[in-house]
Design a protein around this ligand. Sequence first.
Ligand code: PEP
Ligand code: MG
Length: 319
Amino acid sequence: VREANRRLSQEAAVTTDGRAIEVAANIATLDDARTAVENGADAVGLLRTELLFIHRATAPSTDEHRASYQSIVDALEGRTAIIRTLDVGADKEVPYLTLPPEANPALGLRGVRLAQVRPDLLDDQLRGLIGVTPHGAVRILLPMVTDANELARLRERIDDLAHAMGRSDPIEVGVMIEVPSAALLADQLARHADFLSIGTNDLTQYTLAMDRCQPDLAAQADGLHPAVLRLIEATTRGAAKYGKWVGVCGALAGDPLAVPLLVGLGVTELSVDPVAVPGIKARVRRLDYQLCRQRAGDLLALESAQAVRAASREIWPLE
Ligand code: PEP
Ligand code: MG
């Protein structure tokens, strides 16, 4: 039985009515990449790069960036890796970046905004990413993007750096949807991006104005809150306008009660903790996509996350 389960976890997750959902892994280290492969992840949906370089005294060079990503890509044996550029700030501190303290770090120079004061850090990392082979194995993901103008400028920078390195094949660039403005402007972002990846951890924090690290608010800061669900719906609708795909890489993707809803709202990639991959694949295989689609609309009309959870459990019971 165990061998049969292991083999099944390596296969694609398809709903009963034939919709394929990519189940990918969120990783931070080379070890995680190996765990992802063992657990049957179809790809890496999010590599959080800030953790690779946290135990250091200085910022990594372009070569150090490239070598780290190359070893991870090699370990993935042909699977693609979505690699997120440095997402420093707020809950993610990096000691060697002696940045001036901010009164509201969650609303400050975090994610790609850091490049406004330290463009060198992002450039070194982007050159490292552009140099990984085979080229198609890496997709670049930009965190904390607020609008299409910001994305267009970053995309131009990536293209300029690639050009200077003599690389002419297209580079896939995606954006994190983790700020309400990005969800509301998803169609404009989808025009400039190859894909969108919803970060439900920050999207929940910023939509509900609840600090993701405040334990007293943990129960209320639920990604199944109807306000967050409506922004997820706005994201998939905006992306569909330009034929782009949408993934979820926040913790909601690994929540069995959220999976049918996310699939019903049009999400086609779920990126979860490596060890959660087999369970999420099993959950997807029991779903009927058309039913998910029909019921997702009803659940968006409910008035609390608890009501959404109760309804989801009733329609799609947990095994
Ligand atoms: C998120 O915000 O949901 C996300 C995936 O990114 P992180 O948790 O690293 O902020
Ligand atoms: Mg985030």
